[in-house]
Design a protein around this ligand. Sequence first.
Ligand SMILES: Cc1cc2nc3c(=O)[nH]c(=O)nc-3n(C[C@H](O)[C@H](O)[C@H](O)COP(=O)(O)OP(=O)(O)OC[C@H]3O[C@@H](n4cnc5c(N)ncnc54)[C@H](O)[C@@H]3O)c2cc1C
Length: 332
Amino acid sequence: MLDLLIIGAGPAGLSAAEAAQQHGLDYLVIERGTIANTIRQYPVGRTMFSTPNEVAMHEGTLNPVREKPTREEMLSHYIHFVLNLDLHINTDEEVIAVNGNIEEGFVIKTDRSEYQAARVLFAIGAMEIPRRLNVPGEDLPKVHHLFIEPYAYVRKDALVVGGGNSAAEAALFLSEEGARTTMAIWREDWENRDPKAGAMKHWVRTPLETEIEAGRLKVILYKHVDEIREREVKLTTETGEVLTLPNDVVFVLVGSDADLTLLKNLGVKTEAGKLAEIPVYDPETFETNVRGIYVAGHFTHARHIKAAIDVPRRIVPLIAKEIQPQKGTRGT
Ligand SMILES: Cc1cc2nc3c(=O)[nH]c(=O)nc-3n(C[C@H](O)[C@H](O)[C@H](O)COP(=O)(O)OP(=O)(O)OC[C@H]3O[C@@H](n4cnc5c(N)ncnc54)[C@H](O)[C@@H]3O)c2cc1C
């Protein structure tokens, strides 16, 4: 019986693992992909929005070449954090079911094995289910819901659909690297200048506008995409005009959601958050309404990396305090 099983090896899961190690808990992290899998799926070479003090596991341990770290510097930082502390992580293993209760312990079933744990911390991020347009042709192989690199699309007709920073960055990278790029965006997103409401960061918007002025990038204020075909895309503009654009590749970057199925199957309640559905939890302990089941990171209200790192440092000691007296009496 493990003391704590942590699902997910992103910044939240790694921080929880370190705290568990420091408090002498028997713990294990199960990760379906690689260490910091979400960050590995950022665009190649991407510079973070955050400064090192907001994303480093410990102050002064992430020293990027420029002011802000790149995807590659972040990945190396998190990987070496795991290696240096020799944290217990199983990668390439997916948790597929969690059952049980706090009295008898939880049973965690993965695609490889089965574990028992006194407590379970879900640090599963909010990237599992990319949002879709739900239009004909969206399942064609040329349609992607993730953007990793622009280099395959030089002199190709690329369409990026979406209004947030991920879509804007993808359009910028594609345009800068020679793809004939069109960005389809809703007017409210294009005109949004409020950073608190998810507006494009100015250091993305400024070069994007340079691409537009130079005639390399086209922006269409659209209402909806009607259909994606092998060689073209049909969409309706905000004025009701129907356009058929030549097209080789589509990136649908309209956000993503956490997969809350495992939590819901356990009986964890959820509520509507500002941006997505969020599990209900105690804001002090991050324990859900199901005793012994905890949450941390991107799919809670503490969304950014800094909070994803800080929260486990607060809650794992509380878990340890609860478990350790019980452990002390085991076998006596
Ligand atoms: C393109 C992009 C740019 C971003 N830029 C910034 C930025 O500049 N600054 C910032 O603060 N934030 C940024 N974010 C958000 C940031 O990535 C998240 O805040 C951060 O990753 C949260 O860490 P986490 O540990 O909660 O979740 P994640 O890093 O998403 O980790 C969750 C992990 O859980 C694993 N997992 C999920 N389900 C299972 C399962 N059933 N079994 C096993 N493993 C599972 C996933 O594979 C994943 O590795 C950005 C996000 C994106 C997409």
